[in-house]
Design a protein around this ligand. Structure first.
Ligand SMILES: Nc1nc2c(c(=O)[nH]1)N[C@H]1C(S)=C(S)[C@@H](COP(=O)(O)O)O[C@H]1N2
Ligand SMILES: [Mo]
Length: 346
């Protein structure tokens, strides 16, 4: 491979993740200088200073976004991920290209390339979310009101799909618990249920005769899982807004569970006393459980779960790595399941 000197690199070859990496290095230096980070406010992460450049380089990925002006100010104040587990991992980041081109989002189609290639007309502004069920403050909230009080932060998490591939993604968002407590759940709120938008106009997958899902896509968590500090609501990745294909404008990220729990483009959050039905469990209960905790000892009936392909794979490296219990987050979450048989509650 040819190694170029920096001066030879054309700006068109500078990919978002290169910009991002430089920015992170810069953030670390300024953090050290600022002793506590008063300089960080304006310096974090890509969007604050390189936003326009980033959009110019990846216009197709960001076509839907740059929504209302208030987004800009939220993204100008992102707290960088602390450089320590579990909110950060030093593993190589999956390139922006793969994170935004290799997706599962059946509302846009079932091929990995469908969500990026068929989401061009999807719109996220205006966007509102219905909060219902066992809470003191139900209602339909505009996204701006939901995000307004939230301090955005960055988290670098592993994402492990049940299909045995994985990525490392730098998300931007906030802990779900910080949102949940604003609605004041009652003592009957034992589970949280989430639903994705169904828009036949802009989501070609929902009207496809090949669709297997009974829309809307639904997911759920136990309340202790939903309020765990690792459970994250993402509104961005790689320092910028979420592209449609990754679940704009707001999607769940539960890093110790298989990717299908991390429901995208959320329009409803319902608090309830009983365990909700969930999309993949409804489709094939013996293959996809409600818990869906990453577990190398509990295999899928049709394939093993003790190895995974870390994307991107190349011709020269197949990138097979061992899958870890709870996707490597066991120290943080194993206690949630003490006394439970994980082979039964898969
Ligand atoms: N609404 C909705 N959410 C979804 C899916 C989907 O098809 N529809 N796919 C899930 C699956 S199987 C995975 S692996 C992750 C993929 O997230 P990513 O495309 O951002 O990597 O999204 C999850 N969330
Ligand atoms: Mo998945």
């Amino acid at each position: 491979m040819l190694i170029k000197k920096p001066s030879d690199v054309k700006s068109s070859e500078i990919t978002p993740e290169k910009v991002y990496r430089n920015r992170r290095a810069f953030m670390k230096e300024t953090a050290a200088l600022a002793l506590g980070g008063s300089l960080l406010g304006g310096a974090s992460p890509v969007l604050a200073q390189d936003g326009d450049a980033l959009k110019a380089r990846a216009p197709e990925a960001l076509s839907l976004s740059a929504p209302a002006p208030w987004w800009e100010s939220k993204f100008a104040e992102v707290t960088p991920a602390p450089d320590q587990e579990p909110y950060f991992t030093g593993e190589t980041l999956t390139p922006y290209r793969d994170v935004t081109r290799y997706n599962n989002f059946y509302e846009f189609g079932m091929d990995k390339s469908d969500p990026s290639s068929r989401s061009g007309t999807f719109r996220t502004d205006p966007w509102s979310v219905e909060i219902s069920g066992e809470v003191a403050k139900p209602g339909t909230y505009h996204l701006e009101d939901l995000l307004g009080p939230m301090q955005l932060e960055e988290r670098v998490y592993r994402l492990r799909c049940v299909e045995a591939w994985s990525m490392v993604i730098p998300w931007i968002g906030f802990p779900l618990v910080d949102l949940i407590k604003r609605f004041e759940p009652t003592s009957k709120a034992k589970f949280v249920e989430f639903e994705t938008l169904v828009d036949p106009e802009t989501m070609p997958g929902v009207t496809s005769r090949f669709a297997i899902v009974d829309w809307p896509y639904r997911e759920g968590l136990r309340i202790d899982e939903a309020t765990h500090p690792l459970t994250f609501m993402a509104v961005g990745l790689y320092g910028s807004y979420l592209p449609a294909q990754n679940g704009a404008p707001m999607r769940l990220v539960v890093p110790w569970k298989y990717g299908f729990k991390s429901i995208k483009s959320i329009v409803r959050i319902n608090f309830r006393e009983t365990m909700p039905n969930t999309t993949w469990n409804d489709l094939q209960a013996n293959e996809y459980g409600f818990y869906a905790n990453v577990n190398p000892q509990v295999h899928h009936p049709r394939w093993r779960q003790d190895m995974e392909r870390r994307l991107p794979q190349t011709l020269f490296s197949r990138q097979y790595i061992e899958t870890r219990l709870f996707n490597g987050y066991a120290d943080q979450v194993a206690s949630l399941y003490s006394g439970m048989d994980l082979a039964v509650n898969y």
